[in-house]
Design a protein around this ligand. Structure first.
Ligand code: 6GU
Length: 227
């Protein structure tokens, strides 16, 4: 079974993400194990200190190296990690191809620190992959961890049902946007479902979907300055 270990100073923030919907079901089906570790459990002093002031000055606090080292070294003594991911805006931009590759692995650790918030020796010593999920800044790596895990777990065989998978051809290779979907009612507040979808004409529907997909993909490339 694939396993993710996430180290976080705010582990509660990941409770709902990992215990809702498809990620919850994937764990119940024993397709994946997701374990969140509370950084504070690895602080040694009696006050359970996990942060301190930055050397050289500057605003804010940094997460201290020792609790991370303790937690990471304990985990590494228990199993072999294929990847130790450090989410950071300075990392490689995450995409579908990376998700596809990660989905073939067994053990992935994610160090969810805070931007400008972790003593850099943690990244330097342990990170195999530094990953950014987009060109903007987040408060911490937890949301990035959620996004990475969500995108990987849905690729594990048996996680999605057939009906869910059908919807998923969309960005399978990160290059194609699918035609839009509609359900009943056929007309709602004057908004109509495209006539062709109600026609029952299989060939016409297939052609329409391909046409829509082509034009949406072209538009997607244009608005994102691709190609
Ligand atoms: Cl992975 N972490 C943080 N803190 N901010 C980000 C990011 C990651 N990716 C984009 N912005």
């Amino acid at each position: 079974m694939m396993r993710f270990d996430i180290i976080s100073a705010v582990p509660d923030s990941l409770d709902s993400p990992f215990n809702t919907s498809i990620l919850k079901r994937a764990q119940e089906r024993n397709k994946v194990e997701i374990v969140v570790h509370n950084l504070r459990d690895y602080a040694y002093d009696k006050h359970k200190t996990i942060d301190d002031k930055p050397f050289g000055g500057g605003p804010g606090m940094l997460l201290k190296p020792e609790p991370f080292f303790e937690c990471i070294e304990k985990l590494m003594s228990e199993r072999t990690y294929d990847r130790i991911i450090f989410p950071s805006p300075g990392g490689k931009l995450y995409d579908q191809q990376m998700a596809n590759r990660f989905s073939l692995l067994n053990n992935i650790m994610i160090i969810a620190g805070h931007y400008k918030g972790v003593d850099d020796r943690v990244r330097e010593k342990f990170a195999t992959d530094e990953i950014s999920i987009g060109h903007y800044v987040l408060t911490g790596g937890e949301i990035a961890a959620w996004i990475i895990i969500d995108s990987v777990v849905r690729l594990i065989p048996g996680v999605l049902n057939d009906s869910e998978s059908a919807l998923n051809d969309s960005l399978m290779d990160g290059e194609v946007i699918e035609a839009p979907y509609y359900t009943r009612p056929a007309e709602y507040k004057g908004l109509c479902v495209p006539e062709v979808l109600l026609s029952g004409h299989e060939k016409k529907i297939k052609d329409w979907k391909e046409e829509q997909s082509k034009s949406l993909t072209k538009n997607w490339k244009k608005i994102n300055n691709l190609e």
